[in-house]
Design a protein around this ligand. Sequence first.
Ligand code: AHM
Ligand code: MG
Length: 333
Amino acid sequence: MKRVSLTQYLVEEQRLHNSIPAELRLLIEVVARACKTISHAVSKGALGEVLGSAGSENIQGEVQKKLDVLSNEILLEANEWGGHLAAMASEEMETIHPIPNRYPKGEYMLLFDPLDGSSNIDVNVSIGTIFSVLKAPEGMKDPTEQDFLQPGSKQVAAGYAVYGPQTVLVLTTGDGVNCFTLDREMGSWVLTQRDMQIPVETKEYAINASNARHWYPPVKRYIDELQAGDTGPRGKNFNMRWIASMVADVHRILNRGGVFMYPADAREPDKPGKLRLMYEANPMAFLVEQAGGAATNGKQRIMDIQPTKLHERVAVFLGSKSEVERVTGYHAE
Ligand code: AHM
Ligand code: MG
């Protein structure tokens, strides 16, 4: 089999479709390189003295793990000097990170969740990095937080890396979804899946069922029907999976279908779900739609939501189209 590297894929894509400007290509390569470094740190585990808590909290009041902090630093450092970015924003930082004045500035803005699935870090279960790329407003070299508040439909690229049994990078630039596997010996990303497509029909769902008693009626109805199995209204049996790493759950869904849910619930009526719109929901929604799936907050398309703040949270229903449409429909009834 002829091996196609990430670089070759990006260059050829640019030649064929003129869809990836040189600066964006550089940006993606730098992010991919940072993910390689994070993958290396993750795989060292206790030997690298990277496990455990960092003794700090992030802006959302969550305890930061050493690897959360390290991954954030790796991404910031890798992307600061390349000249392709105007600013960055991270789930782990309170405010945006402008590019220091000693470096040239570019027209893109990068957002990331440096290490998603934090509760799995210390127990050797798959975790990952999620990223999203927006354009800074025309001519804007010093974007403000306000400039980041663009709906997901404005993303020019998005992707995630999973640090699991294999390290993979899944990417879209708005022209389908492709998966690259890290060749650890060669240190390169090799194209291993072209044009990933989420199966329309599925028999698998993912939700943290320990919150069942807090669910609102549309979610409860939907899950009750799935659990009723082949004698219930759906007429078939469904299987449940919940990894508690969105990257890993979404990666499974991109490969064999399914529906992923993190709904808002009655625990905290003012909180619209747990996941973050800008760092988690939007990039995953972009990937899922590009792979033929759908993503909503139960009421509207995730990528149509106008963000009002950087760390905004959102309910998430994504994956196989027919299931996402069904559970979204229940919210409208
Ligand atoms: P994190 O970014 O702090 O790791 O939180 C996001 C994660 C998702 O990856 C995952 O789907 C979810 O939180 C799991 O939440 P829970 O522990 O409530 O099941
Ligand atoms: Mg996360």
